[in-house]
Ligand binder design. Structure first.
Ligand SMILES: CC(C)(COP(=O)(O)OP(=O)(O)OC[C@H]1O[C@@H](n2cnc3c(N)ncnc32)[C@H](O)[C@@H]1OP(=O)(O)O)[C@@H](O)C(=O)NCCC(=O)NCCS
Length: 143
């Protein structure tokens, strides 16, 4: 029975291990460092969930919103658990919680090469926008 629950900071090492196993790009020296995630959890603005099988963290998702739009980040399912609906459950849980907060649009950014993720989000009803380019301004390459 796979349970979905809130991430706790004690899960941090298992979370990073999951992201490495899943091949999810992340920023361990930037916004994914332990202190940053602890701050995010304490701040109460994030929906940071994990999927757990018999105590083992096998999936993750981070939902956020800026008051207008919801964002999905850090979605990962361990390779041993894929195509069993875990990713769908994680996304649906975040969508539902965002909806309860009055957020009517949920978005995500997917790298061009990540065809699996594109197929996944398409299957869940997300629409691709080829006319939008992602711009960012950052304090350094690690953030
Ligand atoms: C993307 C990811 C989270 C999907 O998780 P998952 O638990 O396997 O997804 P689900 O089982 O809920 O899949 C739901 C549907 O999405 C589609 N789908 C999922 N993975 C797919 C793939 N590799 N290729 C094609 N379609 C896929 C299918 O339609 C699938 O339904 P089906 O299995 O009945 O055909 C997982 O592949 C992953 O962790 N990838 C690496 C990390 C990553 O890229 N994260 C996203 C960053 S933007």
């Amino acid at each position: 029975m796979i349970e979905i629950r809130a991430l706790r900071i004690e899960d941090y090492d298992a979370l990073i291990a999951l992201w490495n196993a899943a091949g999810l790009s992340h920023r361990p020296r930037g916004r994914d460092r332990r202190e940053h995630i602890a701050r995010e959890l304490a701040g109460g603005c994030s929906i940071f969930l994990v999927a757990v099988d018999d105590g083992r963290i096998i999936g993750s998702i981070l939902g956020t919103h800026d008051g207008r739009k919801g964002w999905i980040n850090r979605l990962a399912v361990h390779p041993d658990y894929r195509r069993r609906g875990v990713g769908t459950r994680l996304v649906h849980e975040v969508e539902q919680r965002l909806e309860e907060m009055g957020i009517d649009i949920v978005t995500c950014l997917i790298e061009d090469w990540n065809e699996d993720s594109q197929a996944f989000f398409t299957a869940l009803g997300y629409v691709r926008h080829d006319d939008i380019h992602y711009y960012s301004k950052r304090k350094g390459p690690e953030v």
